[in-house]
Design a protein around this ligand. Structure first.
Ligand SMILES: *[C@@H]1O[C@H](CO)[C@@H](O)[C@H](O)[C@H]1NC(C)=O
Ligand SMILES: *[C@@H]1O[C@H](CO)[C@@H](O)[C@H](O)[C@H]1NC(C)=O
Ligand SMILES: *[C@@H]1O[C@H](CO)[C@@H](O)[C@H](O)[C@H]1NC(C)=O
Ligand SMILES: *[C@@H]1O[C@H](CO)[C@@H](O)[C@H](O)[C@H]1NC(C)=O
Ligand SMILES: *[C@@H]1O[C@H](CO)[C@@H](O)[C@H](O)[C@H]1NC(C)=O
Ligand SMILES: *[C@@H]1O[C@H](CO)[C@@H](O)[C@H](O)[C@H]1NC(C)=O
Length: 479
């Protein structure tokens, strides 16, 4: 469970960095000072960064503006002007170790968005993510994560009394019970911190309990690290899963069990849930749809200074550097949105423009649960759990007008699916804690909080058009 691929981390890391280095939000947003990490870096990395930090904006791809195609002088830095396309020009004007680049994207209907990337950026970022404190597997890294979540989301992280691991009796756990997991250390910790911040969720990972016909308890999870180091969908015995979380997971996971409401449990079709789970077992983690569950609106999902331009910029960079991953990550998903096949990112941008749409709009088109990608159906951790709910009938009778791939983790635990009568919670639930939670935290030093837990009724097309802006993440009730 140690790693989602670094490029994904890097994407989010890039997002974070944009925010951290934004001069307007510097004082408010920094969980630490960027210079603090420099001594940790090899000298050849730290020098270019230090130089860049004199003008922090230099490290960002800066959105320069939309140039009119008739004004060739805006295709600067020696590049020729190519009409109807997007391209990244790598250069090495400063003679730095990693070179630099100028990114041109034709996305505006009457011009080109131009981003400048200063020398050194690509290479330093690639090397930096490993030592970035949010990702650091140390007490300091954990503190950075807690500090960040506290500052930007208002998460409180109060320490709870011992025991920090509950002595559970698995007889009290049933099919459909939801596992909300929050990791606060190491790579997963850093990744989840950013994911929580952009989506407003107070948990960063999910799994689901499932009993087989003999009554044995299993855990279905998308994002399980297999023996080859890949992240896959796995259904594994509870004992193995719990043993891993207790003794081998170095991300200091905080885990809560959210028991289903008895009415939902009665509705839950175990056979159908198993059929779906087995059809997905061993498939890769759902890269294709994880980005899109978060982006629902043109401008109300990006914490400043992120916007669709920056997303386009990051995507284009990856498209150039890691074409195979880019195809996996978003090109296929973007093609699905346009109803096209096999278009590369520049062609996608052109096609979007020719239809009179914008890239920002393209990103908001809802994911459809029945889309099949080249590596099969795609399910991120929370999509996998909710697809099992869907198969099991919990979204009936409006199941066909709910796209669960559009749900964030927060949307999932907000569903009014869970036990609401505290006297029916298992006896061991929150054993020893002096604060009564509406769910059962079973591991973790800090008390978990899930604002909005168990409050949201079902409605057709739910969560397809929702804003998610920190720090309040407020949303209309029918988006
Ligand atoms: C073309 O771009 C240059 C440089 O930005 C600017 O000075 C000039 O006014 C522009 N010309 C037109 C016709 O927009
Ligand atoms: C850039 O130029 C310098 C000096 O000419 C060279 O050492 C370096 O390897 C170059 N970097 C790239 C990425 O080409
Ligand atoms: C856990 O609970 C069981 C009964 O449910 C009890 O027999 C066992 O001793 C407990 N273990 C610990 C370590 O407290
Ligand atoms: C549960 O799902 C199975 C498999 O999809 C189906 O055959 C069965 O009829 C369902 N049971 C109920 C009670 O709906
Ligand atoms: C909660 O559950 C208990 C035990 O099943 C039951 O006696 C009580 O009436 C329930 N309370 C409500 C408000 O439903
Ligand atoms: C729990 O939910 C049920 C149905 O969703 C409702 O009838 C009941 O009043 C709720 N009980 C409490 C204690 O909120």
């Amino acid at each position: 469970m140690a790693s989602r691929p670094p490029f994904l981390l890097l994407l989010l890391f890039l997002f974070a960095l944009f925010s951290l280095l934004n001069p307007h939000s510097r004082a408010a947003n920094l969980p630490f000072h960027p210079e603090d990490v420099l001594p940790l870096l090899p000298r050849q990395l730290s020098w270019p960064i230090l130089n860049a930090l004199r003008r922090p904006v230099d490290l960002l791809p800066t959105f320069v503006g939309a140039a009119s195609p008739s004004n060739g002088s805006l295709a600067w830095k020696g590049a020729c002007f190519y009409e109807n396309t997007a391209w990244l020009e790598f250069h090495n004007e400063t003679g730095g170790e990693f070179g630099g680049g100028t990114l041109h994207i034709k996305v505006k209907s009457r011009g080109v968005s131009i981003f400048l990337m200063q020398a050194g950026m690509l290479g330093t970022l690639q090397a930096l993510w490993d030592v970035f404190p949010l990702f650091s597997n140390t007490g300091w890294g954990e503190k950075s994560n807690i500090g960040f979540l506290n500052k930007h989301m208002g998460a409180s992280f109060e320490q709870r009394p011992q025991p920090w691991v509950t002595n559970i009796s698995i007889d009290d756990i049933h099919s459909g019970d939801f596992l909300a997991i929050s990791k606060i250390r190491g790579r997963w910790g850093g990744f989840e911190t950013l994911e929580k911040w952009v989506s407003g969720a107070y948990a960063g990972h999910t799994a689901m309990c499932l009993r087989d016909s003999e009554g044995k308890l299993w855990v279905g999870e998308s994002g399980h690290d297999n023996d080859q180091g890949e992240d896959v969908i796995a259904v594994q015995p509870w004992d193995e899963w719990w043993e891993f979380e207790l003794n081998k997971d170095d991300s200091n996971p905080h885990i809560a069990l959210l028991p289903l409401h008895p009415d939902m449990r009665a509705k839950f079709n175990e056979t159908a849930a198993w059929e779906y789970a087995e059809s997905m077992n061993g498939k890769p983690y759902g890269y294709n749809n994880m980005l899109f569950s978060w982006i629902d609106t043109i401008d109300a999902n990006y914490p400043p200074p992120l916007d669709a331009h920056v997303v386009a910029s990051v995507m284009t960079v990856w498209n150039q550097m890691q074409p195979a991953y880019a195809a996996n990550m978003w090109n296929e998903a973007l093609n699905k949105r346009l109803g096209t096949e096999g278009l590369d990112l520049p062609d996608l941008l052109v096609e979007t423009e020719m239809r009179g749409s914008s890239f920002a709009e393209l990103l908001t088109i809802p994911e459809q649960d029945d889309w099949v990608y080249s590596d099969g159906k795609s399910a991120s951790c929370v999509a996998f759990v909710l697809e099992m709910y869907k198969a099991a009938g919990l979204f009936d009778p409006i199941s066909s007008s709910v796209q669960v791939t559009e749900f964030t983790i927060k949307d999932a635990y907000s569903l009014k699916f869970f036990e609401n009568n505290s006297s029916r919670l298992p006896k061991w639930c929150n054993d020893g804690d002096d604060v009564e939670l509406p769910f059962c935290q079973i591991r973790g030093r800090y008390r978990m909080e899930l604002p909005g837990y168990n409050t949201m009724d079902l409605y057709p097309h739910m969560n397809e058009r929702c804003p998610s802006l920190p720090p309040k993440y407020s949303r209309p009730s029918d988006c």
